[in-house]
Write a protein that binds this ligand. Structure first.
Ligand code: NAG
Ligand code: NAG
Ligand code: NAG
Ligand code: NAG
Ligand code: NAG
Ligand code: NAG
Ligand code: NAG
Ligand code: NAG
Ligand code: NAG
Length: 811
């Protein structure tokens, strides 16, 4: 980024400031004109000559695209194309018909593509200086615009309306539709997602702008690339979410474009207008930040192809690589995925034990997070390897902190991550075993084992360009740098490193004084009593002081856990300010929340506003998502209920008490000394011999979501009618019988928002499934709530229901 911004200044020094005229006069294309796909004379340029419309010949092929490109730069960068899936041969023709249609025909006269101008009589067409090709109406305005039918790029002055989308191409020089999509959804969110080819069914999003609000007036409704070169999402209420960050150099001196690249990264590029010829486009800004890590949906292969893994370069670009003894499916395309060079599985006739036939390559920091079929714990690494070795299905095992996940092919969403502490144990055949068949000569592989990544790297370097080598080396050094640092950090933590400075250590006496001798009790929770207090601390004076009981049970290193909690910041979490660790006294000091807890808010006399309730539900979901997936180590809350959701001055929900479960449980995911959850909100796993996972929070969230929808407690013996006493049962009955209105009686706002009500209820029912694996992750929950993905019909959350593999999980 820094060097991108330096470029223009040096250029400005070299060049006198030159006048820039916005030439908007059209060079009209009259009706009944045509162009032929030949090497010369096959474009209509814009008046300034900066853009041209016509036939663009594909590199090294005698095929042509009907396209628009930057006409003054040597690369002739294409910004729009009509027939990416179907390039046409030499001699094809595009014609602006006398009735104003734009027709692309192959030399035999077959129609390949057509732009229909509807709703009026056309007068002419024109390539404008903005890069927009238009068919103009006789009256006024345009009947058709290339700006309204974008391919993978948008340009300054172009606007993407609700429903608009960009599709990536397949490769740099292959314009067929690729696996990535950028869409502005009807709910106002801008999302990036992968798709299934060829149907274009949309998979989960890997970037969400979060411009959906409960009030449609506050939601996003268009993506604007304004004429100064700034890209932003505009909300209906007029405010904006900047996509382009900071200040950019004036458009007078630079060309800009924003392209959804073939690798799934949406990037704004700049190019000096008066280049000397050897320039290239530089990235100004891009999303997402880490595509390797951000694509984690259940379907699709991830940023790279199946069985390969993704490494993020210093320019936030993905590169892909194959494990040892796997080769790229297409030797010329690293993004095509990998396949093993050897026979997978077991052959009964094969002599010898698995130990004789297979061995493991170990790749630190590597994971394929979504291809598990078995999870074993507690297990050590040797047990993990042995288990995979003797299992014909097992292709890879991931080992992390006493847990072993077994995975089978194809592996998806592979990535090497700086923060991931696990390691991949990849099962490969020993070199001299008979079934080491090699379907193709491996490109980036080597048969020598145990020299690990270095050889792999070396062989990749040999086969690629200097520029790519540079990228790769940078990426690798970066990965190693982070792995080294991570290790250092871990080491220092183990040795009892000092706490983060931003967490204040109090003496017991200080807190006794702050709370006036623990006088003003705010509430009692599973972990102790909370008191109101006042301390001098920056802008924040009022605090909530939690006196932990069960102190004798705290086996964990108190300060370590507290520092983890102290480092966890999110707008939907209550912030820890300080602590006291003095003999038997253990106290936590939190910021004070003015509007009490969600229970008081929901179950008071007045029903709170429907839209505000929805906003609160979304906020809680985001907070939980942060705890589950966005922290350096996962935090399972274990006690989600309205009493643990506090409301700040703006009624933003803030989850409290997170991280405490871990203080009191020797191993959070296994033992349950003293059930932590609260009756009515706890999932069945607590009572069964099942591991406790993040899905317990999903269950509790589901119950609470129903409470938020209905403004009533989950168990309420006082409601009229016995069948209504248990909210989860009653809600499912109402849903099944199509009587959702019963859930929100007398709530006119909710009644007039039935579609959203139904979506929320469906999400809640998915969350309260008896079988943990059927419950969606919090990521999926947020996406379903926000309408980014469809919510399928939930099955009955009944206990003892037959959990069948045919139930369709929500997407
Ligand atoms: C670029 O340079 C040419 C001549 O060198 C000049 O005519 C033109 O105005 C310049 N354009 C810009 C945008 O500075
Ligand atoms: C081009 O067409 C527009 C109407 O679409 C007309 O106003 C303009 O005069 C035409 N320009 C030329 C140079 O013919
Ligand atoms: C269109 O152009 C062709 C030749 O290029 C000509 O024969 C034909 O008469 C024209 N049609 C109209 C309606 O102008
Ligand atoms: C244009 O190219 C064709 C062959 O592609 C050639 O026959 C013709 O002479 C060229 N015309 C001009 C004006 O260069
Ligand atoms: C292409 O060439 C033909 C004849 O050689 C000419 O009439 C026509 O105007 C040219 N088109 C363009 C866009 O230059
Ligand atoms: C682009 O890729 C697709 C699918 O891989 C292939 O079918 C098509 O022929 C390629 N197009 C070109 C022009 O090479
Ligand atoms: C528009 O809505 C957003 C999101 O709710 C809010 O942050 C912003 O303050 C609103 N702006 C105006 C002008 O109301
Ligand atoms: C484009 O947007 C930027 C940032 O929002 C703003 O500073 C600039 O004035 C806008 N330009 C125009 C022409 O509206
Ligand atoms: C968006 O960018 C413009 C111009 O850089 C700036 O004035 C504005 O404050 C930014 N808005 C936000 C919400 O950051």
């Amino acid at each position: 980024m820094a060097y991108v911004l330096q470029l223009p200044f040096s250029l400005l020094l070299l060049l006198p400031l030159l006048p820039f005229s916005v030439a908007q006069t059209d060079r009209n294309v009259s009706l009944n004109s045509s162009l032929s796909a030949l090497d010369n004379n096959s474009s209509w340029p814009s008046p300034s000559g900066e853009f041209a419309f016509g036939f663009h010949r594909l590199e090294n092929k005698d095929l042509f695209l009907l396209a628009i490109w930057f006409n003054k730069i040597p690369q002739k960068t294409v910004v729009w194309y009509a027939n990416g899936d179907n390039p046409v041969p030499r001699g094809s023709k595009v014609e602006l018909t006398t009735d104003g249609h734009l027709l692309l025909n192959d030399p035999q006269g077959n129609e390949i593509w057509k732009a229909s101008s509807m709703g009026g009589q056309a007068s002419n067409a024109a390539m404008l200086d903005t890069g927009n090709f238009v068919i103009a109406s006789r009256n006024s305005g345009y009947l058709w615009e290339s700006f309204n039918n974008p391919a993978d790029t948008i340009l300054p002055t172009q606007i993407l309306e609700v429903g608009g989308k960009l599709s990536s191409r397949q490769k740099v020089a292959n314009y067929s539709i690729g696996r990535f999509q950028l869409r502005l959804l009807p709910d106002g969110n801008l999302v990036l997602n992968t798709i299934a080819l060829p149907t274009e069914f949309a998979y989960a999003a890997y970037y969400i702008s979060n411009t959906f609000e409960a009030d449609p007036m506050d939601s996003g409704y268009r993506v604007v690339f304004n004429e100064s070169g700034y890209l932003y999402i505009e909300r209906r209420n007029g405010s904006r979410l900047n996509l382009t960050s900071g200040n950019i150099v004036p458009i007078r001196d630079f060309y800009y474009r924003a392209t959804l690249d073939f690798d799934g990264v949406f990037t704004q590029y700049s190019y000096p207008r008066n280049s000397t010829g050897d320039e290239s486009w530089s990235s100004v800004w891009s999303i997402p930040d880490d595509i390797c890590d951000d694509i984690r949906g259940e379907w699709g292969s991830g940023a790279c192809g199946f069985n390969s893994y993704c490494i993020l370069t210093s320019e936030k670009r993905p590169t892909c690589d194959c494990p040892q003894d796997y080769s790229p499916v297409d030797p010329n395309d690293k993004f095509s995925g990998c396949e093993p060079n050897f026979m997978q599985g077991c052959d009964e006739d094969e002599p010898g034990s698995p130990e004789d036939l297979f061995e493991f390559q170990e790749l630190a920091g590597t994971d394929w997070p979504t291809s598990d079929y078995e999870r074993l714990e507690p297990y050590n690494k040797e047990e993990c390897k042995r288990s995979c070795l003797h299992d014909c299905h097992c292709a890879v095992a991931i080992f992390r902190g006493g847990t072993c996940w077994k995975k089978k092919l194809p592996l998806s969403n592979g990535r090497v991550s700086r923060t991931y502490t696990g390691e991949a144990l990849i099962k490969i055949r020993k070199a001299d075993t008979p079934s080491q068949n090699q379907p193709r000569p491996p490109v980036s592989n080597t048969k020598k084992k145990d020299q690990g990544t270095l050889i792999l790297v070396g062989s990749v370097l040999l086969g690629s360009s200097v520029f790519f080598n540079f990228l790769l080396l940078t990426a690798i050094s970066l990965v190693m740098f982070f792995m080294y640092h991570k290790k250092q950090r871990r080491d220092s933590q183990v040795k009892g490193a000092p706490l983060e400075i931003n967490l204040r250590s109090f003496t017991y006496q200080e807190l006794e004084e702050a709370t006036d001798g623990f006088k003003d009790e705010l509430g009692r929770g599973a972990f102790g009593i909370v008191y109101k207090g006042a301390v001098e601390m920056g802008s924040c004076n009022l605090v909530a002081v939690k006196k932990l009981d069960h102190v004798q049970e705290i086996e964990k290193e108190f300060k370590t856990e507290v520092s983890v909690i102290g480092q966890t910041h999110h707008k939907n979490l209550v912030r820890l300010l300080g602590f006291c660790d003095e003999g038997q006294h253990r106290l936590l000091v939190y910021e004070f929340m003015n509007n009490g807890d969600l229970a008081h808010f929901l179950f008071g006399i007045m029903k709170p506003d429907w839209n505000l309730r929805i906003k609160i539900a979304f906020g809680i979901a985001r907070g939980l998502l942060h705890l589950h997936e966005e922290c350096s180590s996962q935090i399972i809350h274990c006690d989600i209920k309205p009493q643990n959701i506090l409301l700040d001055d703006y009624f933003t929900p803030r989850i409290s008490d997170f991280g405490l479960a871990k203080l009191l449980l020797s191993d959070q995911s296994r033992t349950r000394t003293g059930i932590r959850g609260t009756k009515g909100y706890v999932a069945a796993e607590w009572f069964r011999n099942m591991p406790i996972t993040a899905k317990v929070d999903v269950y509790s969230f589901g119950v609470m979501l129903l409470e938020i929808i209905c403004c009533r407690k989950s168990v309420d013996a006082e409601v009229s009618g016995e069948e209504r006493a248990i909210l989860t049962d009653w809600a499912y009955d109402c849903y099944r019988e199509g009587k959702l209105d019963a859930l929100v009686e007398n709530d006119t706002e909710a009644m007039s928002d039935m579609r959203r009500l139904e979506r929320l209820v469906k999400v809640a029912i998915w969350c309260i499934q008896e079988e943990p694996s059927l419950r969606p992750t919090m990521k999926k929950v947020t996406q379903m709530l926000e309408g980014v993905i469809e919510v399928s019909m939930p099955p009955c959350p009944c206990p003892f229901s037959y959990v069948s593999s045919t139930i369709n999980m929500p997407e």
